[in-house]
Structure formats: C-alpha cells, structure tokens
Ligand binder design. Structure first.
Ligand SMILES: C[S@@+](CC[C@H](N)C(=O)[O-])C[C@H]1O[C@@H](n2cnc3c(N)ncnc32)[C@H](O)[C@@H]1O
Length: 255
C-alpha cells in the first residue's frame, strides 16, 4: 500500500463507530442501504472495499470486509487498485469510488479479481441538480461532476487526499459513453444504475449530527421515496446505486 492511497482520515473511525452504536435512526437508514446493495449480489464470495468502520459486515451475510489499512473493524487490508484475484462473485463498496484518484485502475483490478458474471456493487453520492446543492451546503467534500472527465485520473489535494462526490454522476451520466467504452475494454458493462435517497438519508444526521426524525418515521419516508419515479430522482436524488458486471464470457485470471 502506498500513502497516496489513504484518502480518508482513519482517526475518525472510532468516533463514527460510537455514533453508529448510539443512533438507531442512522442504523435504520444505512442498514436499508446495505440490504439494497446485498440484493444485487450473485451467489458466491463477496468482498467489501473501503469498509471503514465495517458495519456493513454486520448487516450483509458472508461479507469479507477490507480497507486500505487493516484496522480492528475490518478483516483484511486491500487496496481497490490491487484486489486479490480470488474469483470473487461480488465486490461491494459504499462511498469509496469517489475517493479514488484512478477509478479506471480500480475497475481494471476488479475485472481481474471477479469471476465471469461477477458484480461490482457501489453506493455513491449522486451529483444530481439537488445533490450538488445539498452537498455544497452540508458536506465538506466537493461535488463536481463536471470535473469527472477522461482519462479519469485526478490529482490529490495539498494534503495528498482526493474526494469528488460527483464521481458517480460524472461517470454514469455525463461521461457515460466514454466510461462504457473503457469498461468494455476491461470486459465489464454497466448492469444497473438507480438514483435513490432524498429525505430519510440526510434526516439521520449522518455520522456528525443528530437525527431529525426517529427511526419509525424514517422507515415510512424511505418507503415513500421508493415510489418516486427515476426520472425525477435523476434530478433530486442524493445517492446512487451502481452495478457493473463482468461479462459472462470474460476471462477470470490475471493474464
Ligand atoms: C468515505 S469512507 C467510506 C467508509 C465506509 N464504506 C462507509 O460508508 O462508512 C471512504 C473509504 O474508502 C477507503 N479508501 C480510500 N482509498 C482507497 C483505496 N485505494 N482502496 C481501498 N479503500 C480505499 C478509505 O480508507 C475509507 O474507508
């Protein structure tokens, strides 16, 4: 692992873990997100990248958790750029893609490490019209989909870190043809994109603030949000689920 790959302050982990334990509202919404990610899996072994405090492992069964650094919260140290080629059926990552300076190197590594038909299941911030405004007002990291342009390689900031919450919107919507071409060269293809989360997710207060509504109300809000048409969510959603699949006729091993 090289230092340039650590793009997240690992000291925040303990604090986040305490917040997770103390907020039922936060757990309710995040657990629903993790379950929706899990529903996209195919049968077989699953590895989570950038698992942070490792809480998805408590919700999703048979998930091997990892991060760039082996902490007490994850099982393995794995860089998204060097995923062990262990014939994974599923690679999962929440809020990790937008921290990767070289996302295409991640997809290349994923293509090698997945079995044919295997899936990359990502949950990312959505840089929609409302998403960009929301994150500008309430989040410290930039959300700039317009900066997600080929060759999809991004410089680190002065602290050696990188984040652009517009990564998902940039790759999957604005520069989709260019992204699809590069995926195709790697034997990958986009199999699903779903825009989601409007009110319940921010109402949890995240890992820094207090929840606005109790868990029971959040459940109702989430159920209503699922009914909003995708056409509208493409403008308003705060998050997006991305599923990329390794083509069934692709080769598996490092060649
Ligand atoms: C915003 S945090 C998300 C943590 C967790 N998935 C969550 O949703 O709470 C981003 C995570 O990406 C990880 N990360 C950054 N660069 C990485 C890389 N090159 N390979 C694997 N993980 C990486 C960080 O260590 C961090 O845990």
């Amino acid at each position: 692992m090289n230092n340039a790959e650590i793009t997240y302050d690992l000291k925040l982990l303990q604090q986040s873990r305490e917040k997770w334990a103390g907020s039922r509202a936060l757990r309710t919404v995040y657990e629903a997100i993790f379950r929706d990610m899990a529903a996209q899996r195919i049968a077989g072994p699953s590895l989570e990248l950038g698992a942070g405090i490792g809480v998805a492992g408590g919700v999703i069964s048979d998930l091997v958790t990892s991060d760039v650094v082996k902490t007490e919260y994850v099982e393995r140290a794995v860089s998204a750029y060097e995923i062990p080629a262990e014939n994974w059926a599923n690679l999962m990552a929440m809020d990790t893609l937008h921290h990767l300076q070289r996302p295409m190197d991640f997809f290349a590594s994923a293509a090698i490490s997945l079995r044919p038909g295997g899936r990359i299941i990502l949950m990312e911030p959505a840089g929609t019209w409302w998403g960009r405004m929301f994150y500008r007002m309430f989040h410290h990291e930039p959300c700039l989909p317009a900066e997600i342009v080929p060759p999809f390689e991004f410089p680190a900031d002065e602290n050696g870190e990188f984040a652009n919450m517009g990564m998902g919107e940039g790759l999957l919507t604005r520069k989709r043809p260019e992204f699809e071409t590069r995926l195709d060269e790697l034997g990958l293809r986009i199999s699903a994109v779903e825009y989601r989360d409007l009110l319940a997710y921010p109402a949890t207060g995240g890992f820094s603030n207090r929840a606005i509504f109790p868990a029971e109300i959040l459940k109702v809000i989430m159920a209503i949000e699922k009914m909003i048409p995708q056409l509208l969510m493409q403008k308003l959603a705060l998050r997006m689920l991305i599923v990329v699949e390794k083509k069934p006729d692709s080769k598996t091993a490092r060649e």
